[in-house]
Design a protein around this ligand. Structure first.
Ligand code: SF4
Length: 678
């Protein structure tokens, strides 16, 4: 029954990067229902099942961490904040800068991520700070920055309806970014064309004009084939190439002897289908590429992103409404965490730590000396822990023990830590291993800002009081900073932190809480009178001219063989989010999908004698998990599909830590496995 609200608070959905505006209806100090905020320019009142029904249960869940915990004799004991902070500080103080690392959070606010990286750099004197972007869009930051000068979604969610053609590649939009998926379906109903390329037959395929079901890890081959066809058939935008780009000749030369039949064989897609897709994409007046982790989570993820950029530049699909290269960000503030410098090589706004001018600016503002060597990336941090080089780790709001590849090895490494401090809203698989657990608040219990996938900075507003003694992440990090450094952390609230961010970050310089109260703003927004930037690269790229890159196909690190004859590719479901910490505590969502499943083609299931619903063991070179088989039309024979939302079936035990040499992202999308009946 609907309870009459005694208050309504407008804020932002805590799940995916679409960053839908939500209205929380409150009664008796609790959230009683959620509706879409029709005034929100990104979502215009739309919500998916997670946003609409997946919030109050986890915010008010009895499992919430309510007090700090310290481990004594292998058991957690409750502690007061003073004691817990003193413990964390006195222990952190014992390590040299190279011996500590910090993991920030794509679920924390901009202000919190800013403070976390400031704490790492200014207090712990290390650039060993990274976050989950390393596992999702690090190749986007690297690949698009090389091609265009900056790495973010070029266009806006709102201009999807101006696109004549969508090329949705390695993204399952209707399940992982459902409100964007809805926008695509609407546009298609209104006449737009749709090309889907995905190793799995995702729900959006029902709306597609062309579906390219390529083998996992063959994106460079597929995209190079499309580029070759566009060049050979002169479907390119000569004007755009001549006036706005450089390096075209080297791309064209690299494709001169490219064998299209070989590309068809490697990708497993008929050449005629690739040709039709190239013609449709290049022949549309405006065409928008949308991609996600199907492109990035590969050991050649940066090459995949470069290939996407090549395709868009060849056809002049940049700097105009309805076009663009649009990487869809996974977690709600992964864009913001990157913008805030929660990365080992950059301060806020991607200012390099190795750049003397930037370093001097931050040193002057923070009143400290700073390290100039870029720090270690997430998986390099795990390697260093394994080698006992890094001895202390401070993790904020990330459950590494479910999200990272090769979990068995990760666990062995984390067990070597002399200090693990975890800050989170629930006891999770990573927090269980910690020496100290600091309870933080959910999105609904704090103020701040998030930046969504379309670079829109939006206000998060407090709706309910923090449960128990939990505190916002910004407060906890500020307390640690104050105790260890004494200066630079005396903030009374997020607004003061945001003001400091704007003084140091040109792309955020014109944004203020006052302006955000009148609706979000898309960066770059360099001055208080600037209206924000819905479309990047109108007229010129950040680096001046866009640059093509000749890309060579590199196969995945593991291919099927006699021992491991199948390829496991991983993804997400509509009903759960990331490591399931929040959605698994929502009754309705858990009822809709209670367990992990292994999706397998009818052909493979019948060859193995596996029937629908049967429990099977999946084994890779790194370990085994069991799951219930679902005989499905979605994967092709030879490929199986699983998510990673379930601790009971920790799929990332199986995944491959082989990584991209540039972005250092692991190959979460391709692992060779065998399947046995249990
Ligand atoms: Fe939340 Fe994403 Fe669903 Fe919007 S699309 S309601 S942001 S989970």
């Amino acid at each position: 029954d609907h309870v009459k609200p005694d208050g309504v608070v407008s804020t932002v959905c805590p799940y995916c990067g679409v960053g839908c505006g939500i209205k929380l209806e409150l009664s008796g100090g609790k959230i009683v229902s959620v509706s879409g905020d029709t005034g929100n320019p990104s979502s215009r009142g739309r919500l998916c099942v997670k946003g609409r029904f997946g919030i109050k249960d986890f915010v008010h869940h009895a499992d919430r961490l309510t007090t700090p915990l310290l481990k004594r004799d292998g058991q957690f004991v409750e502690s007061a904040w003073d004691e817990a902070l003193e413990y964390a500080c006195s222990r952190l103080y014992q390590f040299k800068p190279g011996e500590v690392a910090v993991i920030a959070s794509a679920k924390a606010t901009n202000e919190e991520n800013y403070l976390i990286q400031k704490f790492a750099r200014a207090v712990l004197k290390t650039n060993n700070v990274d976050h989950s972007a390393r596992l999702c869009h690090a190749p986007t930051v690297a690949g698009l920055a090389a091609a265009f000068g900056s790495g973010a979604m070029t266009n806006s969610i709102g201009d999807l309806n101006q696109s004549g053609c969508f090329f949705v590649l390695g993204a399952n939009t209707s399940e992982t970014h459902p409100v964007i998926g809805f926008g695509i379906k609407q546009a298609v109903k209104n006449g737009a064309k749709l090309i889907v390329a995905n190793p799995v037959r995702i729900p959006l395929v029902r709306y597609a004009d062309i579906f390219l079901q390529h083998h996992p890890g063959t994106d460079v081959m597929l995209l190079s084939a499309m580029c070759k066809i566009i060049i050979d058939e002169e479907l390119l935008d000569r004007n755009f190439i001549d006036s706005r780009t450089e390096g075209y000749e080297s791309l064209a030369k690299s494709l001169r002897k490219f064998d299209l039949d070989h590309a068809a064989a490697v990708t497993g897609v008929a050449l005629e289908d690739i040709r039709m897709a190239a013609r449709l994409y290049a022949g549309s007046k405006t065409a928008s590429i949308l991609y996600a982790m199907g492109i990035t989570q590969h050991r050649h993820g940066t090459d995949n992103v470069s290939s996407v950029a090549n395709l868009a530049m060849l056809t002049g699909n940049l700097g105009k409404p309805g076009g663009g290269v649009n990487p869809l960000r996974g977690q709600n503030n992964v864009q913001g965490a990157c913008d805030m410098g929660a990365l080992p090589d950059v301060f806020t706004g991607y200012q390099k730590v190795s750049d003397e001018v930037a370093k001097t600016k931050f040193e002057a503002a923070w009143g400290v000396s700073l390290p100039s060597e870029p720090g270690l990336t997430l998986l390099e941090i795990i390697d260093a822990i394994d080698r006992k080089k890094i001895k202390a780790l401070y993790v904020v709001g990330e459950n590494l023990m479910l999200s990272d590849p090769d979990i068995n090895r990760l666990k062995r490494a984390l067990e070597k830590l002399e200090l693990l401090v975890v800050q989170d809203i629930f006891m999770n698989e990573t927090a269980e291993m910690a020496h100290a657990v600091l309870p933080s608040t959910t999105f609904a219990e704090k103020e701040g800002t998030f930046t969504n996938t379309e670079r829109r900075v939006q206000r998060l507003r407090k709706a309910v009081n923090p449960v128990g003694f939990s505190k916002p992440d910004w407060w906890i990090t500020a307390q640690l900073g104050k105790r260890l450094c004494g200066k630079g952390f005396g903030f009374s609230g997020p607004e003061g932190i945001f003001e400091e961010i704007t003084t140091l970050t040109p792309s955020y310089a014109g944004i203020s809480y006052d302006r955000l109260d009148q609706g979000g703003l898309q960066w770059p927004c360099p001055s208080p009178s600037h209206p924000g930037t819905p479309i990047l690269y109108v007229g010129s790229f950040t680096r001046g001219k866009g640059v093509f890159k000749a890309v060579k196909f590199v196969p995945p690190a593991e291919l099927p063989d006699d021992t491991y004859p199948f390829i496991l590719t991983t993804g997400r479901s509509l009903y759960h989010f990331h490591t399931g910490t929040m959605t698994r505590r929502v009754k309705g969502l858990n009822a809709l999908q209670p367990t992990e499943t292994l999706e397998i083609s009818g052909v493979d299931a019948s060859n193995l004698g596996i029937s629908d619903g049967e429990s099977v063991r999946v084994t890779s070179r790194r370990g085994s998990v069991t799951a219930n088989a679902v005989v499905s039309k979605r994967p092709k024979p030879g490929t199986i599909f699983m998510t990673f939302h379930f601790p009971e079936t920790a799929t990332n035990i199986l995944t491959n830590p082989a990584r991209d040499p540039v972005a250092k992202i692991p190959e979460l999308k391709v692992a060779a496995v065998k399947i046995e009946k249990v």
